[in-house]
Structures are given as structure tokens and as C-alpha cells.
Design a protein around this ligand. Structure first.
Ligand SMILES: CC(C)(COP(=O)(O)OP(=O)(O)OC[C@H]1O[C@@H](n2cnc3c(N)ncnc32)[C@H](O)[C@@H]1OP(=O)(O)O)[C@@H](O)C(=O)NCCC(=O)NCCS
Length: 291
């Protein structure tokens, strides 16, 4: 696999994303209108692996990252070509570099409209639409059905239980992700009959806060696990990424969050989304790049 590519007059090389100046990566996301702050990039870089494409004097023209979950699965994200270098083959080349590193793994990603043709041509299949709800949270939230159980701040020693629940919901063990989210997130868990049956996290990201992952076994639990964070964010900017179209979507709209973007969950290899009624499910995404 070639390690350099010529784009018109640019000779670009792939460099380990960990070795690139974070301000240059920040400039890349700003250029495509994404909200990542330098500290978001730093956190993502510690968690995942990937490439930045740079020219001879170190200017960054693109990026692509992947996040391994266990031995046989990974999500791909942060695939960007800076606008002035787009449509010249860089995105495809970056994906080939990532494929080389991810060989043997099933893959999942959330595709923007701009990247959809590229991913289809690389063998990814559509699974579902993700809506990004965001905005300033309403000053009063709608009433919810009675809570069955108790919402708690889970003690540190229950992290393993949350990871187990997340694995059932996601289908791959995201242990490193959950452990990386734990110190930067407010976490709530739903305890019912002495057992944790759902959890949710909320952290600072981009323009405000993102609520996710949200893992629950039914809509009502998911509503409570989302609302507990929104209560603390009244009047502030919040974001929730969800594939739900029913009560959870209605609730978010009543909280004044609106759909700002739609992306498509796609997979290559095993099917990613296998919902079983009454079993733990991903109601809110950790992030587009993280699944
Ligand atoms: C998506 C993105 C990374 C593609 O990067 P790129 O360097 O322009 O991609 P390439 O030049 O390798 O093109 C790959 C394919 O994309 C499609 N494509 C690229 N530019 C296109 C354009 N202007 N119009 C239509 N299709 C286009 C084509 O299908 C192309 O296939 P081809 O190789 O058969 O021509 C880039 O547009 C981008 O950064 N967009 C904003 C951020 C984003 O949405 N990232 C995706 C995150 S999931």
C-alpha cells in the first residue's frame, strides 16, 4: 500500500495522528464546520488511532481515525479532507490506510451525506439514520411516566456492570471507551430491584454538553436517563445523537432540541444493529465517531 499520494501539486504523507499539532487538527474540524475543541481532539486521539495527511512543511490536509473495540470490531470517524483539497482522492486514500490497520475487523461508522458515496463504494451498507438533536434546553421539561426504579450516581465499583450492560446493547465490548468517558462524564444509572438496568453519561463537548451513551431496555427508562441530565442543562446548549423516532425523539423536541444533522449508520462485515425488544439498547450515541 503506498504511503504517499500526489494531489495535483501537493505531495502529502500520512503521519500518525498522535504526532500532529492539535491546533492543526482543530483547524481541520473548524474548516468543515464541526464543533470539536482542541481538548475534544486530544481526548479522541488518546482513545483511538489514525492518520493525519500533511504536506512537506507539516500543514494538515486531512484526517481519519479508528477506535478498536475488542479484537474483531472497530468504528471509523473523523474522516476529513480540508475543503480546498477535496474531490482529489484524499478521502479514499485515507480510508485505504485505515483499512490496512483494521484488517480482519468488522467495521461501523456514521456517514455524513458528503461521504456516503465514498463509503458505499468501499463496501459499507446502510443500517439506520441517526438524528443529531441539539439546542438550548427548554426551561421546563415535560412530565414523564412514573420512574420504575431509582436513578443513582453509580459508585466506582459498578463500572464493570455498566460495561457489561453497554456490551449487551452495543454488541462489542467498549471497555476502553467507557473507562475513558468515566472521568470526564456525569454518570447516572437506573437501579431496579437491586440491579443496574440502564445508564447514561453527559460530558462537555464542542459547543456545550453531549448526552451519551444512553443505554436502556425500554423507552421509558431511556427518557428518564436522558431527562436527568437535561434537568441540569436548562438554558444551556446540549446535544443528543439518537436513532430513535418514537417517544425519545418526541421528548427531545419538546425539550427544544432540534435535528441539526442526519447521518447514516453503516457497517462492513457483521450487522451492527441487532435490537431485541426488552434487551439493553443504545438510545443515545457516545459520538458519531464512537458508535
Ligand atoms: C467526505 C470527505 C472526507 C471526502 O473526502 P475527499 O478527499 O473529497 O474524497 P475523495 O476525493 O477521495 O472522493 C471519494 C469519493 O467521494 C465522492 N465525492 C468526492 N467529492 C465529491 C463531490 N464534490 N461531489 C460528489 N461526490 C464526491 C466520490 O464518490 C468519490 O469517489 P471517486 O473516487 O470514485 O471519485 C470530504 O468531503 C470531507 O471532509 N467532508 C466534510 C467532512 C465529512 O463529512 N466527513 C465524513 C465523516 S463520516
Amino acid at each position: 500500500m503506498p504511503k504517499s499520494v500526489r494531489l495535483k501539486s501537493f505531495e502529502l504523507v500520512a503521519r500518525d495522528i498522535a504526532d500532529v499539532d492539535v491546533e492543526s487538527l482543530h483547524a481541520l474540524t473548524v474548516a468543515v464546520g464541526w464543533p470539536h475543541r482542541p481538548k475534544d481532539w486530544d481526548w479522541l486521539r488518546k482513545l483511538g488511532r489514525g492518520y493525519a495527511v500533511v504536506d512537506g512543511i507539516g500543514r494538515v490536509f486531512g484526517s481519519a481515525m479508528w477506535f478498536p473495540y475488542g479484537e474483531d470490531f472497530a468504528t471509523i470517524g473523523l474522516v476529513i479532507t480540508t475543503p480546498r483539497a477535496q474531490a482529489q482522492g484524499n478521502g479514499r486514500w485515507l480510508m485505504e490506510q485505515v483499512f490496512e490497520q483494521c484488517r480482519g475487523r468488522d467495521l461501523g461508522l456514521n456517514s455524513t451525506r458528503a461521504s456516503h458515496n465514498l463509503y458505499v463504494s468501499l463496501g459499507f451498507r446502510n443500517e439506520a439514520t441517526v438524528c443529531m438533536y441539539q439546542g438550548l434546553v427548554a426551561d421546563s421539561l415535560p412530565n414523564l411516566p412514573a420512574l420504575k426504579g431509582e436513578l443513582i450516581e453509580p459508585p466506582a465499583e459498578t463500572l464493570e456492570e455498566l460495561i457489561e450492560l453497554d456490551t449487551q446493547a452495543f454488541g462489542s465490548r467498549r471497555e476502553e471507551l467507557i473507562k475513558a468517558l468515566e472521568p470526564i462524564s456525569t454518570i447516572r444509572a437506573l437501579n431496579r430491584g437491586g440491579r443496574i438496568v440502564g445508564y447514561s453519561m453527559c460530558r462537555e463537548f464542542g459547543r456545550g454538553h453531549v448526552i451519551g451513551p444512553v443505554v436502556a431496555s425500554n423507552d421509558e427508562d431511556a427518557l428518564h436517563l436522558t431527562a436527568i441530565h437535561l434537568e441540569d442543562l436548562k438554558g444551556q446548549f446540549a446535544r443528543v445523537d439518537t436513532r430513535e423516532t418514537g417517544p425519545v425523539a418526541d421528548f427531545l423536541q419538546t425539550c427544544d432540541l432540534r435535528v441539526a444533522e442526519r447521518v447514516t449508520t453503516m457497517s462492513k462485515g457483521r450487522v451492527l444493529l441487532n435490537r431485541i425488544s426488552g434487551q439493553p439498547w443504545i438510545y443515545g450515541l457516545a459520538g458519531h465517531a464512537l458508535g
